[in-house]
Design a protein around this ligand. Structure first.
Ligand code: FEO
Length: 172
């Protein structure tokens, strides 16, 4: 059984993953309307990935006898309209860092609780966060380098398409 504290922590994370999925989705839509084909595919797919992160938590909580309640998502506090791609990816990077921080807190909590099942379960999220932070930072670095150059952004978009396809192929 999960402790009360652990249950609340996991439920909060479940809701963060659900919110992440919506955030990526809203960003994908913003980007799609501006013609960045590669970036938009990357973000749409990532929104689905976040949903699988949410599902994984939901099923784990249920399996361990907890209640996985979904909160209503409110993204109104987010600045959904971005000035540029750079701003969007900066926001994403900050978001992923925040998620990593929360996962770390959960791992700490599981150790404090001597809940080694949950500790083991969370290892997957740790690996995933390392991968995600690295990827988003790499994309952000590229955009910072390009600046506002239209030709550069066009090539960047093609690049993201390749990174995205390679990532996809690795998964299958
Ligand atoms: Fe599921 Fe991007 O963290």
């Amino acid at each position: 059984m999960l402790s009360k504290k652990m249950q609340i922590g996991l439920k909060d994370q479940l809701n963060r993953e659900s919110e992440s999925s919506q955030l990526y989705l809203s960003m994908a839509s913003w980007v799609e309307k501006r013609g960045f084909e590669g970036v938009c595919e990357f973000l749409y797919d990532h929104s689905n990935e976040e949903r699988t992160h949410m599902l994984k938590l939901m099923r784990y909580i249920n399996k361990r006898g907890g209640d996985s309640i979904l909160n209503k998502i409110d993204l109104s506090h987010e600045e959904i309209k971005y000035k540029c791609l750079k701003q969007l990816f900066r926001k994403l990077f900050e978001h992923e860092k925040k998620i990593s921080h929360e996962i770390n807190n959960l791992v700490e909590l599981s150790l404090g609780d001597k809940d080694f099942f949950t500790y083991n379960f969370l290892q997957w999220y740790i690996e995933e966060q390392v991968e995600e932070e690295t990827l988003i930072k790499m994309i952000l670095d590229k955009i910072e380098l390009i600046g506002e150059d239209k030709g550069g952004l066009y090539l960047f978009d093609k690049d993201i398409k390749d990174i995205h396809n390679n990532k996809k192929n690795k998964k299958f």
